[in-house]
Design a protein. Structure first.
Length: 466
């Protein structure tokens, strides 16, 4: 195994690195959007109602959110390229197996395995970018990565809808295997990158995984079992205690999966705080709207997929430009205005009523939401990763992605608590108000916490021992 490689300077090398980062992340992003469209069809065939739909999403997010932290350490210790390769193989094999599951139980179990594979992909791919690029070039590269991977969210809903309507929901999982092979081939052209001396905190990984799983169980099953159920209380209390144990472990572990010293960098902790609220809102908005459009508004899976595209189209068109602007002007105001605009877009969706009309009731809010999302994502990623040195980029990107996935995990798990056991019109309105609140808190967190640019003092603070 080689040590830290030097940064290649040729345009060809830069293009290969960006290509691998995009493709490796593409499969994970594709999964998130393509599966949402298939949830009503999955519930119709395998049963279980809203709880099954929540578990199909959250079984993936539990292992993704927990193991993504370990993935950062693995990436630093064993090499970005090697971990990317292993993640691609796990993700591809589990995706193929998901196409043939006989029951909801098997589907949920394999989704958890798929989450492990997905967890190995995004942090390592982003770490390749932060190790190869600096300053404005890094912001531009992350903008390209954001815009290109957003294509997955463009293809996902449309492809998922067509597959569900014309074939079967099982093809939704099979097609996510397609980007794996070209990514594996491109990886052979990139020298290995690792951080010498990095080690893995196995106990921290166990505590975070079991803690998240128990808490999610309590949130999802509470509407069915009741708030007084001992299983719900045991899951909630046990999950919180395990997560508290995880934080304690990070203070004393010689090689923590989430080094608390990273949070000494102002833009790192403020950016992750913003990430939590923004991505909780994104997950809640996307899932609730997708299910409502099919199960209550009566749209087909294909039409529901098309209906979710406006934000994605805006991201593709302008994400790279937003990243470049943030690199020159600083990320603070982009990260403040963007979530505020998304909050306004969510409130516009309160106009949805009976009779249902997509063009007047949904589209304006979706466009406004997309504008806010475009202003937010690339500057947010650049601010968080720019607050640490390139040697710690693997774990920093893992922490930020874990925060985003855990936020989505908890938001999806809490859907039943927020809207009840059915997504009717009143439930949609309640959810959109909740999304607006989450986005508004994210805007305040950025406005008060983020500072323009990343200086050497900030980076030194993140490298100081806890």
């Amino acid at each position: 195994m080689c040590g830290m490689a030097t940064r290649p300077n040729s345009p060809a090398n830069a293009a290969v690195v960006i290509g691998v980062a995009v493709l490796a992340s593409f499969v994970s992003f594709l999964d998130g959007t393509i599966v949402n469209v298939a949830l009503p069809a999955i519930a119709r065939e395998l049963g279980g109602g809203l709880a099954t739909q929540q578990w199909v999403v959250d079984a993936y997010l539990v292992t993704l959110g927990a193991f993504i932290l370990v993935a950062g350490s693995l990436s630093d210790a064993f090499g970005r390229v090697r971990i990317l390769r292993i993640g691609l193989l796990i993700f591809g094999a589990s995706s193929l197996a998901l196409a043939f599951v006989p029951s909801a139980g098997w589907l949920i179990a394999l989704r958890a395995v798929q989450g492990v594979g997905g967890a190995l992909l995004v942090p390592s791919s982003l770490a390749l970018l932060t190790a190869r690029f600096e300053g404005a070039e890094r912001s531009r590269a992350i903008g390209i990565w954001t815009g290109a991977t957003t294509v997955a969210t463009l293809i996902g809903p449309l492809a998922g809808g067509l597959l569900v309507d014309l074939l079967t929901w099982r093809w939704v999982f099979a097609v996510t295997v397609l980007p794996v092979l070209p990514t594996l081939l491109l990886l052979t052209r990139i020298p290995e990158l690792r951080t010498p001396g990095a080690r893995i905190d196995v106990l921290g990984a166990v505590l975070s995984t079991t803690g998240l799983g128990a808490l999610v169980f309590a949130l999802i099953e509470q509407p069915r079992l009741g708030a007084e159920s001992p299983w719900v209380w045991a899951g909630a209390i046990g999950g919180l205690l395990l997560l508290a144990g995880f934080i304690w472990r990070q203070r004393v572990a010689p090689s923590p999966v989430m080094p608390l010293s990273l949070f000494r960098a102002r833009n790192f902790w403020a950016g992750n705080l913003t990430t939590f609220f923004v991505y909780a809102g994104l997950s809640l908005n996307g899932l609730v709207l997708t299910i409502y459009l099919q199960q209550t508004a009566g749209l087909s899976a294909t039409v529901a997929g098309l209906a979710s595209l406006p934000p994605t189209l805006l991201m593709i068109a302008f994400s790279s430009r937003a990243g470049a602007w943030a690199g020159k002007l600083g990320p603070r105001w982009f990260m403040t205005i963007g979530p505020a605009v998304m909050a306004a877009g969510s409130l516009l969706l309160l106009s949805v009523g009976q009779p249902f009309d997509y063009l007047t009731q949904v589209l304006p809010g979706m466009v406004l939401f997309g504008i806010g999302l475009t202003l937010t994502v690339a500057p947010l990623t650049a601010a968080v990763l720019g607050s640490v040195t390139s040697e710690r980029s693997g774990i920093a990107s893992a922490v930020n992605n874990a925060v985003a996935r855990v936020a989505g995990l908890l938001a999806v798990a809490a859907i039943g608590v927020v809207v009840g056991d059915a997504l009717d019109l009143a439930g949609l309105h309640t959810a959109m108000v909740f999304v607006a609140v989450l986005m508004s808190v994210g805007a305040v967190a950025s406005g008060l916490g983020i500072r323009g640019g990343t200086d050497s003092a900030t980076r030194r603070a993140s490298d100081a021992p806890a």
